[in-house]
Design a protein. Structure first.
Length: 135
């Protein structure tokens, strides 16, 4: 069945909510055996989501596996809400950029985080507690 829907007044639709990400520069890196993890900035949506913007570089072609990425806080692992990667492999001259999204409800208040990449050698980047990301 085919249907046609006519709107009387398209201007009466509710406005789209404005979600603006607030970013803070935060550069820290770890490197082992030619693979480098570099966090570039930290952000928040203001609606309960926190973001980690990072880059992976390698001196030789390396295939990136999503299961390498872990976020820890205290003695436990925290769920990653979403992981974006700009590519599946990195090599000389072509880094992989990525963003990890975390939900506020999944995090412990007042405890710093660690981003871990478990490639051949584990790369670890220490991050401040999320409320410190806005400073």
């Amino acid at each position: 069945a085919d249907y046609i829907v006519y709107l009387k007044n398209a201007g009466s639709l509710p406005p789209k909510p404005k979600t603006q990400i607030k970013w803070r520069p935060f550069v820290v890196a770890d490197s082992k055996e030619g693979l480098t993890l570099r966090v570039k900035r930290l952000g928040t949506t203001g609606s309960g989501f926190w973001l980690i913007d990072f880059e992976l570089r390698s001196g030789k072609e390396t295939r990136i596996q999503p299961e390498w990425f872990w976020v820890t806080q205290g003695k436990g692992y925290r769920p990653i809400h979403s992981l974006y990667l700009s590519g599946v492999s990195t090599g000389l001259g072509f880094p992989v950029n990525g963003t990890i999204t975390l939900r506020q409800i999944d995090l412990l208040v007042g405890t710093p985080l660690r981003l871990e990449v478990t490639a051949k050698k584990k790369l670890i980047v220490n991050l401040p507690e999320v409320t410190g990301w806005l400073k």
